[in-house]
Design a protein around this ligand. Structure first.
Ligand SMILES: *Cc1c(COP(=O)(O)O)cnc(C)c1O
Length: 423
């Protein structure tokens, strides 16, 4: 097993030297000539059965694509998985995993907060899935006879709440656990090595990294991958080969990008925690956000997303978003440039309001996906935007109390004595 830095550069490229090329070829064929009818039938049977052997003819592009399969091998290697299966979006990947697990008409246990779209998919009843919302400590008691899957996201979107994956796997017993690993990326966290059954990504985010591809991918065992490929063939939620080629190119810089953005996020979180216009900051690097020591136990770093609560609630949060000049006021995350958004009004708008409140997604909360720019430029821009919104600047005379408390789930973290600001 090679180191992560080597895997991102060489993963999925094993056959290139034999092919006599340096970069992965982009195969755009929708159909493939069959050599003999007997061979074609055999190849078709293999693929329809969920097989992924690249030595078979793809027959038809909904069954298999070599460019997509190369990127999948790179992701599988990174996630320490036997296989990975790519989809046309993160939501398509989540839906396919639910279908493959047999969740329709059955029961799922999920821990909030989740990505707004995932929360909505489960809470809306659209797929006829019954969902019990558990906390990290109540997974075992939430399991029922027909529970087919436990779903967890850590760090959670958007509050960066951390969940101990090994502990959830232990509580789940025989029920397989799906970890949405989008926020951590396989550079910082590899859920399968912690006992999870599936590690899923919205590859639209850091795996793509440049804001120009929508994609999803699931890493798992070969047996589970066969089920996912069958769902993909049957439902057609494909990844386009052009997108796969971009993703494979982006993979080579994933470790560099994630580490550079993470260093910036850690520094911005530290500075925001002392900003007089900021009530709360959440980033897994802050000790108050990781009281159970989860980063050290299951991650190789705190990641590049942070949230902060600006004084002045919804109106101030809107003013910050309208006042930034370098930061981009936009949803999505994991890009090279820094994006700032308002979860309650945008990404998590579809979530039940009471669930928003109980998971700490308040009207003043802003989420920042930190990019790889110069950290002092990012800080100067954030500070001036917060100053417009609150009247407080780090350069001003007014100095507020030092705060680094997380907007975490109230019943998960004890209230630190004396934390928070007077009303
Ligand atoms: C964006 C996102 C998704 C959905 O992915 P799409 O590619 O937008 O379909 C799922 N989970 C998380 C954590 C996300 O951030």
């Amino acid at each position: 097993m090679t180191g992560i830095e080597t895997t991102v550069v060489h993963g999925g490229r094993e056959d290139l030297r034999r092919l006599g090329v340096h970069t992965p070829p982009l195969d755009r064929s929708t159909t493939y000539p069959v050599r003999t009818l007997a061979e074609g039938t055999e190849d078709l049977d293999h693929l329809a059965d969920g097989g992924g052997d690249p030595h078979h003819s793809p027959i038809y592009a909904r069954l298999h694509n070599p460019t997509v399969a190369r990127w999948e091998r790179g992701i599988a290697e990174l996630e320490r998985a036997e296989a990975a299966v790519a989809f046309g979006s993160g939501m398509a990947a989540i839906t396919a995993t639910l279908l493959a697990a047999g969740a329709i008409g059955r029961h799922v246990v999920a821990i909030r907060p989740l990505y707004g779209g995932t929360d909505h998919l489960l809470a809306s009843g659209l797929l006829h899935i019954r969902t019990t919302w558990a906390t990290p400590d109540t997974v075992a008691e939430a399991i029922e006879d027909d529970t087919v899957l436990v779903l967890v996201e850590t760090p959670g979107n958007p509050t960066l709440t951390l969940v101990d994956i090994r502990d959830v796997v232990a509580q789940a017993g025989d029920v397989p656990v799906l970890v949405d690993n989008t926020f951590a990326t396989p550079i910082l966290q590899r859920p399968l090595t912690l006992g999870a059954t599936w590690a899923l990504h919205s590859a639209t985010k850091a795996l793509g990294g440049h804001g120009d591809v929508i994609a999803g991918v699931v890493a798992t065992s070969e047996a589970r991958a066969r089920d996912l490929r069958q769902v993909r063939v049957a439902t057609g939620a494909l990844l386009d080969p052009q997108a796969a080629a971009l993703l494979h190119r982006s993979l080579q810089t994933l470790a560099l990008r994630v580490r550079a953005a993470q260093a910036n996020a850690t520094e911005l979180a530290r500075r925001l925690a002392t900003h007089p216009g900021v009530l709360r900051v959440s980033h897994p690097s802050l000790p108050s956000c990781d009281q159970r020591g989860i980063v050290a136990r299951q991650m190789d770093g705190p990641g590049s997303l942070l949230t902060f609560e600006v004084a002045g609630g919804l109106e101030a949060a809107g003013t910050v978003m309208e006042s930034v000049r370098l930061l981009i006021p936009a949803v999505s995350l994991g890009a090279n440039d820094t994006l700032i958004e308002h979860p309650a009004g945008l990404t998590h708008r579809v979530v039940d309001p009471s669930a928003l409140a109980s998971t700490g997604i308040g009207p003043g909360l802003l989420r920042v996906s930190v990019g790889v720019e110069d950290v002092d430029d990012l800080w100067a821009d954030l500070d001036q935007a917060i100053a417009v919104a609150t009247g407080f600047s780090v350069h001003g005379a007014v100095q507020g109390p030092e705060v680094e408390r997380c907007p975490a789930v109230p019943d998960q973290l004890p209230e630190p004595a004396g934390a928070g600001r007077p009303a």
